[in-house]
Design a protein around this ligand. Sequence first.
Ligand SMILES: [Zn+2]
Length: 127
Amino acid sequence: MCLPVTRYHEFAEIMHELRIAEDLISIVTETATEEGLKKVAKVSVCFGEMVQIDCGCFEVAFSEFVKGTIAENAEIDIEIIPVTAVCNNCKCDYKISNITFTCPECGSGDICILSGKELFIKSIEGD
Ligand SMILES: [Zn+2]
């Protein structure tokens, strides 16, 4: 079978969500067990925009992987954190809305990313 390059790309992207969902669920179930929860009702997560999560794909992977765990049927809440940066030249803060990592004020490429690389669990709710 010969797959076009775009197919590999899509596959790699799907793998990304699957891997993150799998890692995340093992953290959720471990933490919930440690805290004495018998059932997880809701999981809130934060993803930075730079992590490039496909939320739909992630939700599908999540609902599959939680089957048979204490987090089965748990609701998933995803918050996307925008990419923000500060310019080291003119010190202005700004939100990056495209892939141009240069300062909109002075055009300097000497910037420091403040947010957008996050990948963490905000809260786990359950009984
Ligand atoms: Zn600047």
